[in-house]
Structures are given as structure tokens and as C-alpha cells.
Design a binder for this molecule. Structure first.
Ligand code: WQD
Length: 342
């Protein structure tokens, strides 16, 4: 039995980060089972994954808000570990619809954890976010930086989610790792999968690529009066393939039982900060496309600057980002051109 491939449940596995993580899991010899309710993804992503790995993952369209459906799933499966992406993630929308976010991001987490405990599935990776730090006082940001009151219900669901998991690991067999993502960008080099924002993109890079593709008229730069070198806000843009690989490293740490705490936290970023204007310049340089943009007022709730101290992820998790901002922007542009042509 020992050499049976481990079976990993990936909730939200047809989403942007989820699908890239499924590819890396399959590349690493894991068996993958996806649960996705298609509320913010498309079934065609399953074909994209299969086109890359030639190995169609098992897929179940389950709404994790349906407690009975979650129980039935776990009762009929042998799962060795769970990577939990399924959640709503639009910061602005969460301000307008807090109850949707608390139900979809918290109730579903509780149902998945309850069934894991009941079925003795003891390894859990949680999709968290650097948003838990708010505007950190010290940059680059380490995992010991204090969390700050969330600026949005979305951010609050990540903080509450971490606390729910931590408290559960104290009294159950469960071992968990929270990966605090910085800003995921880019797409798989095959252009078979990538970011599929439905509606007007909230995040910078999809708006950049849609502007360059002529889908959007102009990119609005939200503020150039921040206390940063060029006045625009700074973020740590990490290639989604590097981010996916961080999940494999975290999963291996739990399956090999070498985690030193029952709940561990890792910042997953490149360690490099880039301003909005840096991104625009890098995009134009790496793609040869001219970007139409204008400076407008700040966006409510935005912080000035966030980029990761990656020492813990490098030294403890044994993971380091390999791809650059330009790699991310080039792959995002290649993906945009592919999607637009469909
Ligand atoms: C990046 C920078 C904007 C759009 C959020 C969540 C985080 C994660 C990623 C969900 C900021 C500027 C953006 C635009 C702009 N979760 N911007 N014009 O806000 O850093 O992080 O999304 O995916 O948890 O907090 O990402 O891409 O929205 O913004 O000038 O049209 O680009 O002001 O400085 P953010 P973002």
C-alpha cells in the first residue's frame, strides 16, 4: 500500500491558481480529485489541464455550501490531503456583499474541515493572502508581522479562516499550512490554462492585458501620490506556476510529517516589489505593446506597499520563486492573445 500514489483533493481546482496547482500535482505523480462549483470558473479548464498533462483529473461539480454533499463526497473517497482554494476573492464585491463572502468562504471551510476530521484526512493546505497583514509596518514582510484589522470582508475571511484552522489543529489530528500569497500573475507556458476574469477585471494584470488587447479602452492607474519611488503602489507579483509549486512543497512537508508545528504559515512571493508604473513599463518592454493608461485617484482600501520576506519559504519550505515579473507579464499576454482569438 505504501507506494500507492497519494490522492489529493483540490477544491476550486478549476480556478486560476487551483488549475495551475493541479498541473504541478500531476507532474509530481499525485492523483488529483477536483471539486469546483463553476461559480467563478469554466468546465473547459478541465480540458486545458488534460491537454498539458494528458491525464484528466477526476472532477465533481459540488457546491461546498451543501453540507450533506460534502459529507457524501468524503464518505465515498480515499483522500490523503486537501488543498483548499474554493472561495470568493473579489475585494470590492466582498464590501458590497459581506454575507455572500462569509457564507462562501467560511461555512464551506468549516464543512470541509468537519468531514476531514470525521474521515481522518489529516493534511490541509489553505489558500491565504498577504492581505492579512494590511499595510505592514516593516517591509519586506515576514510571517511574524502582526495581522491587522482587515480592510474588507474578503480579507477578514482569510484571517478568520486561518484562526479556524489553527484552533482545529490544536484539538484534532489535523496538520495544516497556510500559504499567504502575494499577487499571483501570469499563465502556464502552454497557454492551455490561465486567468479567466469573468466581467470587468478587478486585478491589475488582467486589466493590463485586456487594455493591450483592445478589450478595455484605458488602464486606470489608481493613484500616483503614494509614498513610493514613483508615487504608484508597490506589490510583489509572483508567477502563478511558481506559486503552484509552493503548494507541492507545502503538501510534501505535511505528508512527510516534517512540519514542526501543527499549523504553519508561509509568505509566498518573489521578495521583489514592483510599482504599477514598473509593471506598465515591464509589460511594454517584454511584449512590444503600447499600453494606454491614465492616472486617476486612489482605490478605496488599497495599501501603499507589500512585498514578501521569502527567507522562511526558502529555508524551511525549500521553495524559491524562479520566474520573473517579465516572465509573468509575457505569459499573461500570450494567454490573453490565445483567449481573445477564441
Ligand atoms: C494591484 C495594484 C492597485 C487595478 C488583491 C487582494 C489580494 C489578492 C490579489 C485576490 C494596486 C493597482 C489595480 C487597476 C490599478 N487576492 N491597480 N489599476 O489589490 O494588491 O490584491 O488581489 O486575488 O488578496 O487584496 O491586487 O491586482 O487589484 O492591484 O492601478 O485597474 O494595482 O491599486 O496597487 P491587490 P490588484
Amino acid at each position: 500500500m505504501g507506494n500507492q500514489p497519494k490522492r489529493i483533493l483540490v477544491t476550486g481546482g478549476l480556478g486560476f491558481i487551483g488549475s495551475h496547482t493541479v498541473v504541478e500535482l500531476q507532474n509530481d505523480g499525485y492523483e488529483v480529485v477536483i471539486i469546483d462549483d463553476l461559480s467563478n470558473s469554466k468546465i473547459e479548464v478541465l480540458d486545458g489541464i488534460t491537454a498539458i498533462t494528458n491525464n484528466k483529473p477526476e472532477y465533481h461539480q459540488i457546491d461546498l455550501k451543501n453540507k450533506q454533499a460534502v459529507a457524501d463526497f468524503f464518505a465515498n473517497q480515499k483522500i490523503d490531503g486537501v488543498i483548499h482554494f474554493a472561495a470568493s476573492k473579489a475585494v470590492g464585491e466582498s464590501v458590497e456583499q459581506p454575507l455572500k463572502y462569509y457564507e462562501n468562504n467560511i461555512a464551506t471551510l468549516v464543512y470541509v474541515l468537519q468531514e476531514m476530521v470525521k474521515n481522518k484526512v489529516n493534511h490541509f493546505i489553505f489558500s491565504s493572502s498577504c492581505t492579512v497583514y494590511g499595510q505592514a509596518d516593516v517591509l519586506p514582510i515576514t510571517e511574524s508581522a502582526p495581522t491587522k484589522p482587515a480592510e474588507s470582508p474578503y480579507g477578514n475571511t482569510k484571517q478568520i479562516g486561518e484562526e479556524i484552522i489553527a484552533e482545529t489543529t490544536k484539538v484534532e489530528e489535523l496538520n495544516a499550512i497556510a500559504l499567504r500569497y502575494f499577487n499571483p500573475i501570469g499563465a502556464h507556458e502552454s497557454t492551455e490554462i490561465g486567468e479567466l476574469p469573468i466581467g470587468v477585471p478587478q486585478n491589475l494584470i488582467p486589466f493590463v492585458t485586456q487594455t493591450a488587447a483592445g478589450i478595455r479602452e484605458t488602464l486606470s492607474v489608481f493613484g500616483d501620490d503614494y509614498p513610493t519611488p514613483d508615487g504608484t503602489a508597490v506589490r510583489d507579483y509572483i508567477h502563478v506556476v511558481d506559486l503552484a509549486k509552493a503548494h507541492i512543497a507545502a503538501l510534501k512537508r505535511l505528508l512527510d510529517k516534517i512540519n514542526v508545528q501543527k499549523m504553519e504559515y508561509f509568505n509566498v512571493g518573489t521578495g521583489k516589489g514592483s510599482s504599477v508604473l514598473d509593471v506598465i513599463k515591464a509589460f511594454e518592454k517584454s511584449t512590444g505593446e503600447k499600453l494606454n493608461y491614465k492616472i486617476v485617484g486612489r482605490r478605496e482600501g488599497d495599501i501603499t506597499s507589500a512585498y514578501a520576506n521569502t527567507t522562511k519559504a526558502n529555508q524551511v519550505l525549500g521553495w524559491k520563486s524562479a520566474l520573473t515579473l517579465e516572465d509573468g507579464l509575457e505569459s499573461a499576454w500570450k494567454w490573453q492573445c490565445k483567449v481573445k482569438s477564441q
